[in-house]
Write a protein that binds this ligand. Structure first.
Ligand SMILES: N[C@@H](CCC(=O)N[C@@H](CS)C(=O)NCC(=O)O)C(=O)O
Length: 206
């Protein structure tokens, strides 16, 4: 059986769980990271030298990096559906997915961390504001991309949507003032009709 290490409040873990749930694969998820620990033990580091979550193991094959795991699962278990046959659709989705981590998430982290994980009297509100403004700017780019598209790669739901949903869920539920993103909002509502998305994105931000 597939084994996945990672806590469910991590957006990188959420991507992989969404892929597993959308595909309908049986898997075991073991809580790891932050309050659960385990990710710095020698046993875990032997699988994932970064000591981060998620990590997937499939019959002795170990993979880390959430985007790589998500794409691997979709390519292996959902070719032609979650894993687009069309090379341009695939590249388009990969682009947004790869932009999400180093660009969008890096912009969002200071606001998320301070507003969600830091006690009110210890928050760096200047960092929150810089982060909020930068994320709004980046979200406008994703919103413009979704204009006239039902899904990230066009007309077909696939791994690009899975890769983007957790961070958009986080942003749209942030306790701060957001700018309107009507196309991203409509896409988010469309995805949240899906039973797998409803099952995975249930926890409040933490
Ligand atoms: N690029 C990596 C980033 C992994 C990462 O930063 N994971 C975070 C959670 S989102 C983590 O493990 N943090 C330490 C912890 O949870 O203890 C990926 O996409 O898998």
């Amino acid at each position: 059986m597939l084994k996945l290490w990672g806590r469910l409040n991590s957006l990188n873990v959420q991507k992989v769980v969404l892929a597993l749930e959308e595909i309908g694969l049986p898997y075991e998820r073991i809580d790891a990271g932050l309050q659960f620990g385990h990710n710095k033990t020698p046993e875990y580091l032997a699988k994932n030298p970064m000591g981060l979550v998620p990590t997937l193991e499939e019959d002795g094959f170990v993979l880390w990096e959430s985007n790589a795991i998500t794409r691997y699962l979709c390519a292996k278990y959902a070719p032609g559906t979650l894993y687009y046959d069309d090379l341009r659709a695939r590249a388009d989705a990969e682009r947004w997915m790869d932009w999400q981590g180093p660009t969008l998430n890096n912009a969002l982290v200071p606001a998320f961390y301070n507003l969600v994980r830091v006690a009110e009297d210890k928050r760096d509100m200047a960092a929150v504001e810089t982060s909020r403004v930068k994320t709004i700017e980046l979200m406008a780019m994703f919103d413009a991309h979704l204009k006239g598209r039902d899904f990230v790669a066009g007309g077909q739901f696939g791994f690009g949507d899975i890769g983007m949903l957790p961070i958009i869920h986080r942003w749209l539920n942030m306790p701060c003032t957001l700018a309107p993103v009507p196309h991203a909002q409509a896409w988010y509502q469309r995805l949240m009709q899906r039973p797998a998305c409803q099952r995975v994105l249930t926890l409040p931000l933490s």
